[in-house]
Design a protein around this ligand. Structure first.
Ligand code: SF4
Ligand code: SF4
Length: 133
């Protein structure tokens, strides 16, 4: 299977060779789509990983043990729930209602409806929505 995964490196793990681990330890195919990694700073790596499903899962467990946060990417955007203030501004630009506030006024995202237009990325005043593809 192929899976797009966003790796989020905390500052203290910025030098961890996670791609090397995925290839050498788990024999996975790694196609780097986008990367922003600097010495001694928080970094991101977006990669398409190819291999057996259970092997990918084991590799992601390994990444987590190394304090690298992994997000399985199912759409062109990723919402940082910790940054989101549930203001609803993004829902106003989403023409297919993939983004909506629920009865508790909390933002919800329906990935199946998303058209990947990315209008919500610029609509968010706190930059909680990241363009990942
Ligand atoms: S990318 Fe477009 S369709 Fe998808 S949630 Fe954002 S505004 Fe809606
Ligand atoms: S615009 Fe940003 S802060 Fe407001 S609900 Fe959407 S993701 Fe959250």
């Amino acid at each position: 299977m192929k899976q797009i995964i966003l790796f989020d490196f905390p500052r203290e793990e910025s030098r961890h060779p996670i791609v090397n681990d995925l290839i050498k330890i788990y024999d996975l195919s790694v196609n780097i789509l986008r990367a922003s990694i600097d010495f001694n700073a928080r970094g991101f790596l977006l990669a398409e990983i190819e291999g057996e499903e259970e092997v990918i899962e084991k590799a992601m467990e390994h990444a987590k043990k190394c304090n690298v946060i992994t997000n399985y990417v199912e759409s062109a955007i990723l919402i940082d729930e910790e940054e989101c203030v549930n203001c609803g501004a993004c829902t106003a630009v989403c023409v297919v209602d993939a983004l909506y506030l629920d009865e508790k006024a909390t933002l919800q995202f329906d990935t199946d409806k998303c058209l990947d237009c990315k209008l919500c990325v610029t609509a968010c005043p706190v930059r909680a929505i990241r363009d990942v593809l």
